[in-house]
Each structure stands twice: as C-alpha cells, then as structure tokens.
Design a binder for this molecule. Structure first.
Ligand code: CP
Ligand code: NVA
Length: 308
C-alpha cells in the first residue's frame, strides 16, 4: 500500500524527483486543457477535523480533474466526531472508497487509519507534520530557481508542523535548511535527526539556531508560517510576545540573497509573522505556491493510487 503520511518515511530521494516531474506534467496538462483522467471513476474521502481552504479545494478539484470524485467529510457530520473509533472508521471507509485524505490533530490517528484500513492514506496536516504542502513548495522553488540542490532555505518563526516537514523535505531534496526559532519553540529532535540522516546522503547542511538573522543569512528562500497554529488559539497573546523578534520583514529579507524568494504556506497574518511589504512585494511567490498545491496533490494522488 502506498501511503503519503510522513515525508521522511514515505518519500524516497529518487521518488521525490519523480513526484516533482509528475506534478510539473499535471500543471502543463491543466494549463493546456489536456485531459488527464488517470483516476477515472476513483473516489477520495476527505476527513477534516480542522479548517482548510487550499488543501480541501486542491484535493477536491484535483480528483475531479483526474476523472474521479472527492467527498468532503467534516468532523461535525461524520461519526468520528461523536466518538466512533479510527479502527471502525478505517474498516468501513476501506469498503467504499479508493483512498482517504485526512487533516486532523493527532498524527497517530493518521498512522492508525492507514494501519487498520486497506486503502492509501494521505496526511493533509497533523499537529506534527504537513507533508503535502512540501511537494508544492519544492515545485514552486524549482520553478523560480531552476533546481533545488545546493539552495539554502531559511524558515523563521514557530518550529511547528510546517517547519518539521520542511526539515524532512529540504534534506531529501539536497537543500541546505536553517531553522530560526526561539529555544522552547524549535523543531523536535526527531525531525532534526531525520534531516541529518538524509543530509549525509544528499550533501545538504542543517542549521538550528535561535538567531533569525543567522538563519536568514545568504538564503535563497525565506519561509515563515503563522505563530498560532490551529488548536493553539488560547495561547495567541503569549505567542505574539514570544515571536515578535522572528518576524519576516524587509530588514530580515535584507540579509538573504538579493534574489531570494519568499514563501508562506498560508493562511498568513500580516503584521505578525510577515509584514505586508514582504508578502505583497516582488520577492513573494505565495500565490504560485498556493496554486501548486493543486498540481502537487494530483501527483501524490496518482502515485498513491496507481502504486497500491
Ligand atoms: N496551507 C494550507 O494547508 O492551507 P489550508 O489550511 O487552507 O488548507
Ligand atoms: N501551522 C499551521 C499551518 C496551516 C496550514 C497550522 O497548523 O495551523
């Protein structure tokens, strides 16, 4: 069974290039209006226990463009929300669907869904990881910079799900990655170790620092994300105080390469993790990045479905 749950475990170094090639091909076909019904008649159940704009729309439209269909299964409407187990849900959905995409809080729930079910499972974000975002991000960087190997990506801000997945993905792609976060809000050691493991093979360098300027120095890509992820709303005031020196603004962009690009997974909060002049300025590629979710997710779907 081909799942897409954890970038480190589920995406091989060679496979990453293959996925990026399929995503680029999907984009080309979509732009030219060439039909690509690789998943004719197939179904995808999309379970959401957290909000989403990009992930939901891209998977739903993606399935349609591939000749299949997607069902939106909100936590408020399905029985998981009333306490039905992952075990039972996995068995029931495996009997009716061809695949599941799930966005939820506990990473283990996604792992269990795959373990107990018999269809591919795609992780649409957990508290720990956001692997589908990564393929779109790498595609965007490749489009703007021509290649990935040897580039430096600096992530400044909260060491959250997006940062953990960036560590995994950049190391696989042979990119140097620097994470600049406050000491108590950096990425868990597990993700740093995984990235270091892949870095030994791909030749990339990993830097973990509390200094946002050290992280951003000479970077080709500057990346940030919200200071308050879904589920952390009660901590917002405290977090704004903790992260105030980790804002991506023109001063921080000034230490990166002159032609550096700015990425953000979105949704963004202008005036907090990024200033308006940066996210709406000439170095920002955030809307290309958002659009690429569609093309990248189609590559993930085709790879999971056709290799399971
Ligand atoms: N970047 C991202 O996952 O966006 P959504 O929360 O809108 O899906
Ligand atoms: N870190 C953010 C990403 C949203 C796409 C969150 O988990 O809310």
């Amino acid at each position: 069974m081909k799942h897409y749950i954890d970038f480190h475990e589920d995406v091989g170094i060679e496979e990453l290039n293959y996925l990026l090639d399929i995503a680029a091909d999907m984009k080309d076909k979509t732009k030219k209006g060439i039909k690509h019904h690789y998943l004719d008649g197939k179904t995808l159940g999309m379970i959401f226990t957290k909000s989403s704009t990009r992930t939901r729309v891209s998977f739903e439209v993606g399935m349609y463009q591939l000749g299949g269909m997607a069902l939106f299964l909100s936590n408020n409407d399905i029985q998981i929300g009333r306490g039905e187990t992952i075990y039972d849900t996995a068995h029931v959905l495996s009997g009716m669907l061809d695949g599941i995409m799930i966005r939820t809080f506990k990473h283990q729930d996604v792992v269990d869904l795959a373990k107990f079910g018999s269809i591919p499972v795609i992780n649409g974000l957990t508290d720990d990881q956001h692997p589908t975002q990564m393929l779109a991000d790498l595609l965007t960087i490749k489009e703007h910079k021509g290649s990935l190997k040897g580039l430096k990506l600096a992530y400044v801000g909260d060491g959250n799900n997006v940062a953990n997945s960036l560590l995994q993905a950049c190391a696989k792609a042979g990119m140097d990655v620097a994470i600049g976060s406050p000491a108590d809000y950096t990425c868990p050691e597990k993700y740093v170790k995984q990235a270091e493991e892949d870095a030994k093979i791909t030749g990339s360098k990993i830097l973990m620092t509390t200094d946002p300027f050290e992280a951003a120095a000479d970077a080709d890509v500057i990346y940030t994300d919200t200071w308050t992820s879904m589920g952390q709303e009660a901590e917002k005031a405290k977090r704004v105080e903790i992260f105030k020196d980790y804002q991506v603004n023109s001063k921080l962009m000034g230490v990166a390469h002159k032609d550096a690009i700015f990425l953000h997974c979105l949704p963004a909060y202008r005036g907090y993790e990024v200033t308006e002049d940066v996210i709406d300025g000439p170095q920002s590629v955030v809307f290309d990045e958002a659009e690429n979710r569609l093309h990248a997710h189609k590559a993930i779907l085709v790879n999971c479905y056709l290799n399971s």
